[in-house]
Write a protein that binds this ligand. Structure first.
Ligand SMILES: *Cc1c(COP(=O)(O)O)cnc(C)c1O
Length: 497
């Protein structure tokens, strides 16, 4: 399988090169040349096998320059009992006859990003080897909270890698911050950025295009690589759980073979929902992909008007991993929906960075609406949905998942579409204990993170995830808050480059 760039023609590379490079040299994103089709009979067979075998089946169709052994070793290193608290890896919870939650947060850091970031280091180190490159990978990550911790856990002490993570200092939850500042491992560094997620992401992107810095590193035997959701090695493992959820519903006879379902995806950088679109292109019977945003509703406006504009206020919300104004992976979606119109994509992306906006023509708008339904949910309604769903079903959602549930309810009300719908549950409620408790029983005096975990556990009748419980006794290793301008120095000194 050949990989191409979204921005210029005649760009062709292998999956190992795409994973190693992260971002194409022309500034575009890597995309597979085509999407292999999976027939309904094959999906039925996949219902009979476990998560790892499903993952192997999907990955080998895209990573054609990897051997079967390389793929299965990577899959097994990522998805096992030491990394996930459930054997089914991404279990499906039935809420009622029409609505299901795909729980993606049973990994070490309690957010869906573990599913991709546990396997990425194995794909990346193999990619570096396969391309005959002996350098050490230096992973740079800008995070709105969950990616950073998941990447740190995924890359921690993996030979041939070092990792630096930057998060917006006052844009993450108390638990998220503790998870990162206490990170263990010899090859890791963490810095709090004075600014928001977009500031952190822009600054990291600038380092990636800083040729002088890169050649300096190259001389010392290092290469920069990304673990953000623009990396193909992050996206491809996410396609798996869309198939897996469908297979689980087939197996439990909730749906019939070939029956269409909707997926509802709490969205930020557009990576997760893009993986769902790719699953649809491969033949998974998906009716609508429902794109759920929080108060930062740039995608809702885009889907409904065709104008993408980042010239708007930025809000900090209780779903910080979705506090994003530039959804990078949308570029890949537009690339496909316009029939690979690279000239246009390049224009739009240039307009986005110079003017802060672009508009797509009517025909593109229509095509987008055939696939996506966009909605958003403000802070009050997010908290209301948590309470309402708990009172009706005894099921507790984190704020990101609650945005998804709220937008699904809006969709149902507006369209009356009774297609069975799977809401992606993207984080454990324990990770956002304070807001979840506040939603259910009102404000409390208590602010100690660990007391809050106990209280939530009591209320929900759920066990506190081991990895969060363990934070209590960990030492703060990375208290630093840094200015964007100091990032390179910080990386060099902390990672001893
Ligand atoms: C990252 C994240 C999202 C958004 O996913 P994207 O791929 O950026 O759209 C939603 N919920 C949680 C909990 C996340 O960590």
């Amino acid at each position: 399988m050949e990989y191409q760039s979204t921005r210029s023609k005649d760009y062709s590379c292998t999956s190992a090169e795409a994973i190693k490079e992260g971002l194409a040299k022309d500034g575009g994103l890597f995309v597979p040349g085509f999407f292999p089709k999976i027939l309904p009979e094959e999906i039925e067979k996949m219902a009979e096998i476990g998560y790892n075998a499903r993952a192997f089946n999907i990955l080998r169709r895209f990573l054609t320059d990897f051997t079967d052994k390389e793929i299965s070793d990577s899959v097994n290193a990522a998805y096992n009992k030491t990394k996930f608290e459930t054997e089914s890896i991404t279990p499906v919870y039935k809420l009622n006859n029409q609505v299901y939650f795909l729980e993606l947060w049973h990994g070490l850091t309690c957010a869906f990003k573990d599913v991709a970031l546990q396997i990425l280091p194995h794909l990346l180190t193999r990619s570096i080897e396969k391309t005959g490159d002996g350098r050490t990978a230096v992973i740079l990550v800008a995070t709105s909270g969950d990616t950073g911790k998941a990447a740190l856990e995924g890359f921690r002490d993996v030979a041939g890698t070092k990792i630096a993570v930057f998060y917006p200092e006052s844009g993450v939850s108390g638990i998220q911050k503790l998870q990162m500042t206490t990170q263990e491992g010899e090859n890791v560094a963490v810095g709090g950025i004075l600014g928001n997620f977009d500031d952190a992401q822009t600054a990291v992107k600038q380092i990636f295009t800083d040729e002088e810095y890169k050649s300096e590193l190259d001389k010392k035997g290092y290469m920069l690589s990304s673990a953000n959701s623009i990396n193909w090695g992050r996206l491809v493992p996410q396609i798996v759980y869309y198939f897996s959820a469908y297979c689980d519903l087939l197996k439990s006879e909730e749906i019939k073979s070939g029956e269409q379902v909707n997926f509802v995806v709490p969205t930020g950088n557009f990576g997760d929902i893009l993986a769902g679109y790719y699953a649809k292109l491969m033949g998974l019977p998906i009716n609508k992909l429902i794109c759920a945003s929080n108060k930062n509703n740039v995608l809702t406006d885009f889907i409904n008007t065709g104008v993408y504009s980042r010239n708007r206020s930025f809000y900090r919300t209780s779903s910080p991993s979705m506090d994003i104004l530039v959804s990078s992976n949308l570029e890949r979606f537009l690339y496909d929906i316009t029939g690979k119109d690279r000239v246009r994509i390049k224009d739009w992306m240039e307009s986005l960075s110079s003017k802060g906006e672009y508009e797509v023509p009517d025909i593109t708008k229509q095509k987008i609406k055939e696939v996506l339904w966009g909605g958003f949910c403000n802070e009050e309604d997010t908290l209301f949905s948590i309470k309402d769903t708990f009172e009706a079903y005894g099921y507790i959602m984190d704020p990101h998942t609650a945005v998804g549930k709220n937008v699904y309810d809006q969709y149902l009300f507006e369209t009356g579409d009774d297609t069975k719908s799977i809401i992606l549950s993207t984080a454990s409620p324990f990770k956002f204990n304070k807001d979840v408790l506040e939603a259910i029983r009102g404000k409390s005096e208590n602010t100690d993170e660990f007391t809050l975990l106990e209280e939530l556990s009591h209320l929900a009748g759920m066990k506190i995830p081991n990895s969060l419980k363990a934070l209590k006794s960990k030492e703060i290793r990375f208290p630093d808050s840094i200015d964007k301008a100091e990032m390179k120095e910080f990386i060099n000194s902390k990672l001893k480059l």
